[in-house]
Design a protein around this ligand. Sequence first.
Ligand SMILES: Nc1ncnc2c1ncn2[C@@H]1O[C@H](COP(=O)(O)OP(=O)(O)O)[C@@H](O)[C@H]1O
Ligand SMILES: [Mg+2]
Length: 234
Amino acid sequence: MSDRNELIALRSVSKVYRKGHETVVALDGIDLILPAQGMYAVVGPSGSGKSSLLHIVGAMDHPTQGDVVVAGQSLNTLPAAGLTRFRRKTVGFVFQGFNLIPNLSALENVMLPMEFDGVAAAERRQRAGALLDRVGLAARLAHRPGELSGGEQQRVAIARALANDPPLVLADEPTGNLDSKTGGMIYELLKAISRERTVVVVTHAEALAALADGILHLADGRLAANDLRRTSHV
Ligand SMILES: Nc1ncnc2c1ncn2[C@@H]1O[C@H](COP(=O)(O)OP(=O)(O)O)[C@@H](O)[C@H]1O
Ligand SMILES: [Mg+2]
């Protein structure tokens, strides 16, 4: 029986990259459960597998081994169309480099994922405006990314990640390109949105630790023993 309150369940997840005769074990037997609400930080040295973990949870990459269940969907067995729908509806991504579309306005950037989801234009516009208002950018709707500061661009990206109201937001070093004060504001915003969904944030910054509901320590592709592991009876 799975817990109704559990959003993410990983069992014995490994990721091995192969390049010619070289193999790199990026993730090495990860067991993890995360609840359907709260902010979780993933910390660890460069190369410890943080991005690999995020990509596998977000169906951007397949594990080499192990089971991944997110929001009741088993990613191992979902057909391609199901994975596409999962990426659109279940997960929102926030990247270090913002990854906004440069020739679209802030409003249009946030509207775009709704278009893929078949939402009518008027509703897209209304919802995107409300999301940008929520991240404090109501006065910047018509600005293009190049006309916004880094912190503002990342707030647009967070609004975009929320466009289809996903139960999960994944952020990979979202403050890596920002000064620490601006980064702190981004963490506060991610904390606010984690009250109604799960937010997993890869970070180097100590500042997040105080805000997070849990911290996952990765080293050499393994989680520290005291982290939120799946217990054997679950
Ligand atoms: N596409 C890839 N091909 C080969 N090796 C990779 C690839 N992606 C990541 N790796 C390796 O896997 C390990 C974990 O990488 P990553 O998950 O990006 O770590 P982190 O995000 O913690 O820095 C590293 O040794 C990295 O070099
Ligand atoms: Mg990384």
